[in-house]
Design a protein around this ligand. Structure first.
Ligand code: NAG
Ligand code: NAG
Ligand code: NAG
Length: 429
């Protein structure tokens, strides 16, 4: 497997390690502060009534192949500076590589972030939500330590701070709300390393920037992305850019940590395959799609059976991905090979009431390598430790809008050309 081609993905394997000491007895100042915070949150939800709808639209850069990820530019700090962040719906926390003494950072496109002195306290609900799973003791009540580990082996360790995020809203307002983010002072690169200033965590948890913006009444807690097959695309926060009736929706599985629509069944060329009850998650931090070993094997057999009568041969000399095929002449794009491949689909049961299909046409599972071969962008999840989890990565989400509605607990998708970035107040679908 071309290690460097597999993006950063975190689903289900996000490990938070606590840096714990003895608990400090809660002091009064802390309590008051926490109360202030909680009343702030209540105010947030009443403000919600008056202030939304508005959305934020951010252009994306990158591609599935050869870059392997999509990044977004955010302007953070006072005065604000630009940073390139890896977009990851598989994790919650947003962090930047931080400029503090003795920091161990990796190479970054911009100067490291200089943190504000505005530390997030250990008792802050955002900090507490990062510390679930372990016990909630705080070595230093005035600060919130975090550690986040990604499935590709990369990690970041640091403290939470609050700082201004300079954001343009579709209502044509500009605002700079204070949001919590990680100041990462000890980063390890993963197997899929690329220079980046930090990660934009867009998972379901409280630390997510969108959850924080929604707490402040600025946007609804809804995230969408549109990844273009030609590279680039856009990301949006909020729910006023699309017509909900044109989106295929399926409920989020309530107990999953990640964006999972529950169980699915695999169909191939419109026919059942016998693969059922597959646990599936959407993860923009994964470049490719992963199926567990059994289903992966099954899909390969089905594809190979189809190809047996077609003028394609396996290209064993192409190491771009585990399986590549060559034609009589090198291919220039997936368009040249799509006629040899079928569409498969995952069918979600929607609590047994109806079915929603996510189709994978050849464009959603093949890339054309630099050698001009068609390579299968579906990989063996068991091999990378995902166990039974099947992950839908960027390759399969291209050229459609994928929406994660954390308020209604729905995941939806609809076809769209992702090359056109919506202007303020336009409807994208
Ligand atoms: C991230 O996006 C910027 C444009 O906003 C681009 O210049 C940069 O090359 C991208 N970073 C990587 C590592 O692809
Ligand atoms: C917001 O919009 C202004 C005016 O169009 C633009 O100059 C600025 O770069 C934008 N800021 C961000 C953070 O995108
Ligand atoms: C997938 O990976 C597992 C674990 O490495 C391996 O045992 C299995 O044979 C692989 N499956 C296929 C179809 O390659």
């Amino acid at each position: 497997m071309g290690k460097e081609k597999v993006g950063l993905w975190v689903v289900g394997v996000l490990v938070l390690v606590l840096i714990l000491g003895l608990s400090a007895a809660s002091d009064d100042r802390q309590q008051r502060w926490r109360k202030a915070m909680m009343s702030g949150e209540t105010m947030g939800s009443s403000m919600l009534m008056n202030r939304v709808p508005s959305s934020i639209v951010l252009p994306l850069h990158g591609n599935v192949y050869p870059t392997g990820f999509y990044n977004v530019t955010l302007n953070i700090g006072q005065p604000s500076k630009p940073y390139f962040l890896d977009v990851d719906t598989g994790s919650d926390l947003t962090w930047l590589q931080c400029d503090v003494p003795r920091a161990q950072c990796t190479e970054a496109p911009h100067p490291y972030y200089k943190p504000s002195n505005n530390l997030v306290a250990c008792k802050d609900p955002i900090c507490q939500s990062l510390h679930t799973g372990g016990d909630q003791r705080c070595e230093n009540p005035g600060q919130c330590d975090y550690e986040v580990e990604y499935a590709d082996g990369g990690s970041s360790l640091g403290v939470l701070v609050k700082d201004a995020f300079n954001l343009n809203f579709t209502s044509e307002k500009r605002q700079s709300p204070l949001l919590a983010l990680g100041c990462g002072y000890d980063q390890l690169p993963g197997g899929t390393y690329h220079p980046i200033d930090g990660v934009l965590g867009l998972g379901r948890g409280k630390p997510s920037i969108v959850s924080q913006l929604s707490g402040l009444g600025l946007v609804r807690n809804v995230i969408g992305h549109c990844l273009s097959g030609r590279g680039g695309g856009f990301l949006f926060f909020g729910d006023d850019l699309y017509d909900s009736s044109r989106v295929a929706w399926t409920p989020m599985s309530p107990n999953a940590k990640h964006y999972s629509p529950g169980f699915a069944e695999l169909t191939f060329d419109g026919k059942t395959t016998g693969f059922k009850n597959l646990i599936v998650a959407f993860d923009s931090g994964a470049s490719y799609t992963y199926l567990n070993s059994q289903v992966y094997q099954g899909l390969i057999s089905l594809i190979k059976r189809e190809l047996s009568t077609k003028p394609l041969r396996e290209a064993l000399d192409d190491q771009t991905l585990p399986i590549c095929w060559k034609g009589r002449k090198p291919f220039k794009s997936v368009r040249d090979v799509k006629k040899y491949f079928k569409t498969f689909a995952l069918s979600f049961a929607n609590d047994g009431k109806s079915k929603t299909q996510l189709e994978f046409p050849p464009e959603a599972y093949l890339i054309v390598s630099s050698k001009g071969n068609a390579c299968l962008g579906v990989l063996n999840g068991t091999e990378v430790g995902l166990n039974d989890l099947n992950v839908i990565g960027d390759i399969s989400m291209q050229d459609r809008v994928v929406i994660y509605d954390n308020e209604k607990q729905l995941i939806g998708w609809a076809p769209r050309n992702c090359d056109r970035i919506p202007k303020s107040r336009s409807i994208i679908i």
